[in-house]
Design a protein around this ligand. Structure first.
Ligand code: PXP
Length: 249
């Protein structure tokens, strides 16, 4: 029998933003991110992330409301630290909120939240969300300065930004991985539950999933992209069947 202790379990949170991106591109009712969320949960996802952006480019208010109505316990709402968003979150009461920085022109969330630079606003937001019974995560870079500020924020969870790890290769990537692992250990020892996400794919997730201090990974773009290619043969076959059955009738 091996004497190695098993590392703690790791959960997958599936981000369904880009299901909504495809819907919004044509203004149709499909694909429905809430239906995608139900499929992801049935396939073993522990939670579902939706980022309600200020410009509503993908997820809409009705998506969040519908997913919360389905099961608020699995909803992780990503949002900026703004009055509008805080009001909506306190009304919907998802189980979790992840506070992120947001710039209108960015393609995706670029860099972590500057907790140190806006500690009062972040602390107020954490207190308000906690009063509504919502668990808060701060999405931050693996930066000791941000950790120091996060310790004064009242947030129980941190999500480490893995974007730079995902975008680098070779020595730079190894250094970034080491930085994330060290940060995760320090954050866990400081009492935070530690999550990570951004840019993770089946090819690069392994090294992050091996870090024992990280208990949750939130992954979206790569899963939705992979679903398109994995599901394409079935979608083509289904359409051909519908056409041929109509001809044969
Ligand atoms: N975590 C946070 C805080 C994010 O902003 C995002 C992107 O919306 C993700 C995780 C997921 O990133 P990706 O879509 O690259 O997997």
């Amino acid at each position: 029998m091996s004497s190695r202790r098993a590392p703690p379990a790791i959960r997958l949170g599936v981000n369904v933003d880009h299901v909504a991106t495809i819907r919004q591109a044509r203004g149709t009712a499909y694909p429905d991110p809430v239906e995608a969320a139900k499929l992801a949960l049935a396939a073993g996802a522990a939670s579902i992330t939706l980022h309600l952006r200020e410009d509503r480019r993908h997820i809409q208010d009705r998506d969040v409301a519908a997913l919360v109505a389905h099961d608020a316990r699995i909803v992780n709402l990503e949002m900026a630290v703004t009055e509008d968003m805080l009001r909506l979150a306190c009304r919907w009461k998802p189980a979790c909120v992840c506070l992120v920085p947001e710039k209108r022109v960015e393609l995706t969330t670029e860099g972590g939240l500057d907790v140190a630079g806006q500690l009062d606003a972040v602390r107020d937001a954490c207190a308000r969300l906690a009063r509504a019974g919502i668990q808060v995560a701060l999405f931050i870079d693996a930066d000791p300065l941000q950790l120091k500020a996060a310790r004064r924020s009242g947030a129980p969870h941190l999500e480490i930004h893995t974007g730079r790890y995902a975008d680098t290769r070779g020595r730079a990537q190894t250094a970034e991985l080491q930085r994330i692992a060290t940060f995760a250990r320090t954050a866990r020892r400081a009492g935070f539950e530690v999550h990570a996400g951004h840019g993770l794919t089946v090819d690069n997730v392994g090294a992050i999933a091996r870090i024992p201090d990280i208990v949750e990974l939130n992954i979206g773009h790569a899963i939705v992209a992979r679903a398109l290619t994995l599901g394409l043969p079935a979608a083509v076959a289904e359409m051909r069947r519908a056409m041929h059955e109509a001809r044969a009738a």
